[in-house]
Design a protein around this ligand. Structure first.
Ligand SMILES: NC(=O)c1ccc[n+]([C@@H]2O[C@H](COP(=O)([O-])OP(=O)(O)OC[C@H]3O[C@@H](n4cnc5c(N)ncnc54)[C@H](O)[C@@H]3O)[C@@H](O)[C@H]2O)c1
Length: 265
């Protein structure tokens, strides 16, 4: 039987933000497709909760407590990856939080903190993974961006949007630099995917959920598992001619004009 182009057996993936949400779902999907994993997060207990089911699948999962806003910790993690696996085929750059505050109020320290989490963290991981992948002539990287990479959200997202815009350009520049040497770099741009901070914001503003849904033709918010198929596709040879793409994962949100008529059942 011919092997599936989605098969990740023998591949090694590193996923940040693997303790919960999109990073956890991505990690489980890659393991289900056959990959072994290094799992990074600041939440050690959550990492163990992701590693356990991966172990049950018969795949290796090595949890590493790492704060992606600190390049020293990232470099130490990649040194550990070299010792444990000696290769990297896929990087999922998922971790990182933002400080939300109106543009006229936000402190420059909070802008910088957001930038360190979302831009330096992703870039440093891309650089470390990219060096190894270029040496091997093979690899795939996925940066998690946001609809805020290419559109504005308001509601205090200034630091987040500026950082996510940089993630879009990071993806385009790296794919342009590295595609000819076997390394692909793509971005996934999610709309609202339920996570603890979104739940909190929706609880604080009861109209917020309806506002989100009014812009999502698919009629529901995202769930972390919505990333699973896309993650396996982008990590695998099934997407071997796809690089530099910014792929919305948004239930149709970006495609719909603000004046569009959206019908939900
Ligand atoms: N959920 C959404 O609606 C949505 C939409 C667009 C983009 N995103 C982006 O996707 C990424 C993941 O979001 P999620 O919904 O899975 O969130 P989540 O809160 O469920 O998970 C984020 C994970 O990242 C970890 N983390 C946070 N800061 C870290 C750091 N400095 N170093 C290492 N780990 C860190 C957390 O411990 C957590 O496990 C974030 O960058 C977020 O901005 C999310």
């Amino acid at each position: 039987m011919p092997s599936s182009p989605f098969n990740l057996s023998g591949r090694v993936a590193l996923v940040s933000g693997a303790a919960s949400g999109l990073g956890r779902a991505m990690s489980l999907a890659l393991a289900e497709a056959g990959a072994d994993l290094m799992l990074a997060d600041i939440n050690s207990a959550g990492l163990n909760r992701t590693a356990e089911p991966i172990g049950h699948l018969g795949r290796r999962a090595i949890p590493v407590t790492c704060d992606v806003s600190d390049p020293k910790q990232i470099r130490a993690m990649f040194a550990q990856l070299d010792r444990e696996f000696g290769r990297i085929d896929f990087l999922g750059n998922v971790a990182g939080e933002a400080v939300l505050a109106p543009p006229e109020i936000i402190s420059l320290d909070d802008v910088e903190r957001t930038w360190r989490n979302l831009v330096y963290g992703r870039f440093c991981c891309c650089q470390e993974a990219g060096r190894r992948m270029l040496a091997a002539g093979y690899g795939s990287i996925v940066n998690i961006g946001s609809l805020a990479s290419i559109t504005a959200l308001g509601r205090g997202h200034i630091a987040y949007s500026m950082a996510m815009g940089a993630v879009a350009q990071m993806t385009r520049e790296l794919s342009t630099e590295w595609a000819g040497r076997g390394v692909r770099v793509n971005a996934i741009l999610p709309a609202q995917v339920v996570n603890p901070s979104l739940e909190k914001r929706m609880a604080a503003d009861p109209k917020l959920k309806d506002k989100f849904l009014s812009g999502i033709p698919a009629g529901r918010l995202g769930h972390p598992d919505d990333i699973k198929g896309l993650a396996v596709f982008l990590a695998s040879d099934a997407s071997s001619w796809i690089t530099g793409a910014l792929i919305p994962m948004d239930g149709g949100n970006l495609a719909a004009n603000a004046g569009a008529t959206i019908r939900h059942q």
